[in-house]
Design a protein around this ligand. Structure first.
Ligand SMILES: [Ca+2]
Length: 148
């Protein structure tokens, strides 16, 4: 006879979790992530694409740098690595280990609200020829103007 209340309690717990999920979805739907691209575009390079964007969250009033490196399809095969990413005070270190073909790193967050500011963004990219291990690298630095 205690089985029914227990099942009911379990059912209510499931409903509560579902309702919490709905609330989270509703509040995150109100937030907007604004993407700011460097003047030269998100990606540079042809064989190894080095990509950066600044992402600003207008609900939490914070931004961070989004970085990707990708070995373009075809041609030489490259291992790739993002060593670090920085946007103003938000700084992150990568794992400093090569990945096959693709890697992503985001910087730490920095806050900005009610102003327009120019943010210097910077990332250090490593890549090497998978067959010969010949290494190359670039520190890409740019700036974007963000309306917070
Ligand atoms: Ca390639």
């Amino acid at each position: 006879m205690t089985l029914v209340p227990r099942m009911l309690a379990r059912l209510l717990a499931v409903v509560a979790v579902a309702a919490t999920g709905l609330v989270v979805s509703a509040s995150s739907a109100q937030a907007a992530i604004h993407i700011y691209r460097p003047p030269e575009g998100t990606c540079v390079g042809t064989q190894v694409l080095r990509c950066m964007e600044l992402h600003y969250d207008d609900r939490l009033h914070r931004f961070r740098l989004w970085v990707e490196v990708t070995d373009a399809a075809g041609g030489t095969a490259y291992d790739v690595d993002i060593v670090e990413a920085r946007a103003d005070d938000g700084h992150s270190w990568g794992d400093n280990v090569y990945s096959s073909r693709w890697e992503r790193l985001v910087s730490g967050y920095d806050t900005c609200q009610g102003t327009t500011e120019t943010v210097v963004i910077s990332a250090l990219f490593f890549w090497r020829n998978s067959a010969t291990n010949n290494h190359d690298e670039e520190r890409r630095t740019s700036s974007v103007t963000v309306t917070c």
